[in-house]
Design a protein around this ligand. Structure first.
Ligand code: SAM
Length: 222
């Protein structure tokens, strides 16, 4: 019998792909722990991997780990680049405020075969970012996916820690429609509107924003 599920452009395209086994495993682990299902959408996860492959990034910084799904998508790209160019070891540093999530993400990323290139730092991301600067760390790729009120701060930090030509990606620009609803004046939503304006106009960036799912920003640091 015909499915009663409404077909959207997103669900139509998603159905063309095999389900991502790593995501299914992470979703089950989150479900078991009664944690929120807010991993990046697999279509955007594939985009993270592609952007890393296309750009040849070797080092990546993620802000917001949760169950490790976006970390796995990033690691897939890094590992492929490492094999392709046989140069310096590729690495992912992931910042996460909750120990429980960092532990879960590490166990999932290890199960996926990328434990050797991933490092999780537990604490408020702003503190970890200061520490990374003290250590002189710089990165080719950034994925911003944590607390929305700090998005403008995270963007400044990403630009500061960026190698030349680095790519910056940020998720959830639309905050489930709240960003474009003029009646919503909540602080975090206003900050996201500021972030979006900043991302579009910052002369240090060459950028675009995709409206599918919850909205994704992509930029190259000039
Ligand atoms: N990137 C993950 C993925 O796609 O698989 C999803 C990340 S989830 C949307 C946001 C994460 O950011 C949560 O795990 C949360 O604990 C973390 N987080 C929130 N505030 C943070 C902060 N100030 N510093 C570091 N992590 C934070």
């Amino acid at each position: 019998s015909p499915s009663t599920e409404p077909v959207t452009a997103e669900s139509y395209l998603a159905a063309l792909y095999e389900p991502d086994k790593e995501l299914l495993r992470i979703q089950a682990a989150l479900e078991e722990r009664k944690l929120p299902q807010i991993s990046v959408d697999p279509a955007y996860g594939r985009l993270l991997t592609l952007l890393i492959n296309i750009s040849g990034a070797h080092t990546a910084l993620e802000i917001g780990a949760l169950g490790g799904y976006s970390g796995i998508c990033i690691a897939r790209g890094l590992k492929a680049n490492n094999c392709k160019w046989e140069s310096a070891e590729s690495r992912l540093v992931s910042l996460e405020i909750r120990q429980e999530f960092a532990d879960l993400a590490l166990s999932n990323i290890t199960a996926a075969g990328y434990g050797d290139i991933a490092e999780f730092r537990v604490g408020a991301a702003l503190d970890s970012l200061e520490q990374l600067e003290r250590e002189g760390k710089t990165f080719d790729f950034f994925f911003i996916d944590a607390d929305k009120v700090n998005y403008p701060n995270y963007l400044e930090w990403a630009i500061k820690l960026a190698n030349s030509g680095a790519i910056i990606v940020a998720d959830n620009l639309l905050m489930r429609g709240r960003t474009i609803d003029p009646n919503v004046q909540k602080h975090s939503v206003q900050v996201m509107r500021d972030f979006n304006r900043m991302f579009a106009a910052d002369p240090r960036l060459e950028s675009t924003m995709l409206p599918s799912f919850d909205g994704l920003a992509i930029a190259r640091v000039k």
